[in-house]
Design a protein around this ligand. Sequence first.
Ligand code: ADP
Ligand code: MG
Length: 599
Amino acid sequence: MKNREFTPETEHTYDRSSVARWLVSHALRYPLYVVIGILFRGGVVVAAVQVPKLMGSAFDTVAGASAEVRVLLGFALAILGISLLRGVLQLLANYTAEIVALRIERDVRDELYVNLLGKSQTFHGQQRVGDIMARATNDVRQLNVMVNPGLLLLSEWLVNMVVPIIAIGLLSTTLLPIPVLFLILFLVALRGYLRRLTPVAGAMRAQFGKLNANLTEAISGIEVVKSNAQEEQEHVRFRAEAQSYRDLFVKQGKIQALYLPLLMFSFTLALGLAHALFLYSNDSLSIGDVIYFMGLLAMLRFPTFVSIFAFSLVKLGTAGSERILAILNAETEIDENRAGIERRIEGEVEFDNVSFAYQGANALQGISFRAKPGETIAIVGQTGSGKSTLTRLINRIYEVAAGRVLIDGVDVRVWSMESLRSQIATIDQDVFLFSRTLAENIAFGVRRPVSRAEIEAVAKQAQAHDFIMGFKDGYDTIVGERGVTLSGGQRQRIAIARAFLADPRILVLDDSTSAIDSATEDQIQRALRNILHGRTTFLITHRLSQIRWADRILVLRGGKLEDQGTHEELMTRSPAYRNIFAHRDERYAAVLPATVVGE
Ligand code: ADP
Ligand code: MG
């Protein structure tokens, strides 16, 4: 079993060893539909073959001069009846195929989403969101089209190709050479066609992903684009990407235009007629046989024509499926350890000689410290010194490269991830809010149903109630897109309310008030004081007012723990620590000595 960070309650497993096996394992979830669909389709062709046969017999009857109107009417009615039957079977066959295609599409979406949720932060950090979105939407859609009408047309192609040729063989083996020769040349031409199409199909899917990724980046980075007046450059880039996508379409069109089998079919028809008439003149065939034979031969037009679309759709679908499978099969390094320890965290956190690197670049080296339950630990250091990285090792967003992170004396890798993460909350620099109501955003981290009264209570504790009530829809106000936008300080307080509700044992506050104006600062300070009470807290901040709350301060420098101690200790012995405050604005410089004395 592969590593993963999330397993849903119910899950179906598929064979992901190859695209074909994967698709079959998806289709086989609905064996009844598949079997019934094949039967219907077989019925359609068998019925179709009867039409030229009846026509041939009708001609023989006429030629035999014993033609009674009643008999001929019988033929006509039989042809009508068979055509009707064929129509009904066709409808049912298409219907079952569409059901299977839609279910596979749904299942693949589900499989992919679950899989993405279970992938590590490292994996997601290396992906372009737009490309993932293209795979999750467009490539999955392509997969549906591959099943219906793609595979349907392919099966149609197969039976419609084979059944008439068998029927010709049954009529007279002397008629076989020309259709069989056609079949062989067809297959040779098809192979060449697919060989030319395969790279183009793959490139098309990849280019679409790239196009989408660039678009996503330009839109989510729209503020940067605008403030740097880069609209024109972005447009040029987009046009270039769109152009290459278009070029691939043209290339595909050219390959399709050079599809030889259609031409070969016309020759076959002419040669077949000459051959049959020759046999007729030899008295080896009746005129009815000639009609029947030509009817069967004409039936090959449909599969020949349909094969272009069938194989193109299947090719594009396979190219898309390969992209989906590549994600599904991508290894992820962190495992949720479902069988791991599940219990209430007391809150002791220990780093034991911990090192960590992002893709080779060292971020933390030989970090050791210990936080007792309920302590507040401030982490300071220049930008890029590894403060955020350190906190991400606690809830296993990333895994240590060497050393151990222990919680209550137990390695975080031994804890069940679910238990671990549900008891550790992080309030980040940028608080991400979903496009849902404020109430839903506050209740985000909790699994049990939460009453409105509870939400209001935590919002009050987080000093968020008043501004929330200031919105027309109050707690039902929708955030983002169709709703309101919140300021940095408001977002912080929503995140704090969320944390109150989740009631974590360990709390990480990452630069949590840096974005806040002084008008709301007091409120935030009060909210933060409330929340860190009774929990082990890691506080990444340079605000003296907050550093004062800390029992201990860790000073990071270039990924190493330079020193640790109380504010007073560090002020006297750590130049690096003093340095952090030396360059800060006057407000802090002025506050500094007073604070030290005052506390
Ligand atoms: P801080 O929070 O102290 O500003 P970080 O922990 O964010 O520092 O970063 C520490 C180092 O790791 C920096 O050199 C940074 O460039 C690097 N880093 C941070 N995040 C990533 C990431 N996702 N991938 C690669 N390198 C990263
Ligand atoms: Mg940081």
